[in-house]
Design a protein. Sequence first.
Length: 346
Amino acid sequence: MSEQHTLLEELLATALVEVQTDDLKSLNDVRVKYLGKKGPIQEAMKAMKGMEPEARKEFGQLVNTVKGQIAAAVENRLLELEQAAIAQRLANETLDITLPAQNLHTGSIHPLQQVVDDITAFFRSMGYEAAEGPEVETDFYNFEMLNLPHDHPARDMQDSFYVDPHRLLRTHTSGVQARTFESRTEAQLPIKVICPGKVYRRDDDDATHSHQFMQIEAFIVDENISMANLKGTLQALARHLFGADREIRLRPSFFPFTEPSVEVDVSCAKCNGAGCNVCKQTGWIEILGAGLIHPNVLTMTGFDPQKVSGFALGMGVERIAMLKYGIEDIRHFYVNDLRFLNQFKR
Ligand code: PHE
């Protein structure tokens, strides 16, 4: 009897040592080894069957105590190992929220697009719809429908790259006028359209000229549209772009598709008209061309110039942006220098 006691006590002692393992798998092995169906505790239980009741009771209690102690030791070790695993993960995955944030490099809208968006929003607020036309345009829409027949000398000012004898890189956005008028009838008046886009002209590139640049065209056709409407619109536009104090000045000009035609100057925002280097000492800066739509353009697209009239204006986006932001070289817009572009982050 006491021999069995000793054996059980030794068993308990070794089990308690083996339980101090460092990983879950061997801990489970220890549990199975001692408490499993073929383990020593189970064996001892079987051995009890042949004992005297008195001895059986005493021995049974001892077996239960040993079994309970081993089970508790396994359970404790299990908790310890689990907590150690959590502590380990927390240590590995620390997040130092006091570190400075990573610099996220966000892009920004190109200054030319900002000007386009601004002017488009201005015209939309007055009920204009935005339209687009093809950059490879037909001679028909780029010139002919705008009262610029073949051999018209005004074509010389707008020389461009011909893709074939009838198609060229458009020299201005005015072709969208003809395309729009052709697709509408007098029942659909008023026509109020704004059209931004890229245009192309043979030019010697320098600080103020580029063979590719952007224009915004705006035009309206309705009954009784006059120079007064054009002037009011131009003044509102000039003040929207360059400040509430700006004045405008119209000078006679020529475009085959407008009559009368004007060049529009805005009073210099830098010197307020006194004369400075920006306005070349004149106090005025030319910003766009405009005029009342030529009767021939209306007739060719199916409108009766006796009943309806309209105005059109076309401006260079680069020029507006250069004036607005004091940019001295047009080429800055095209070379994607981040030192330049980052100045236009809003
Ligand atoms: N299309 C003309 C140009 O590019 C500008 C313009 C547009 C003039 C509309 C009058 C009316 O020079």
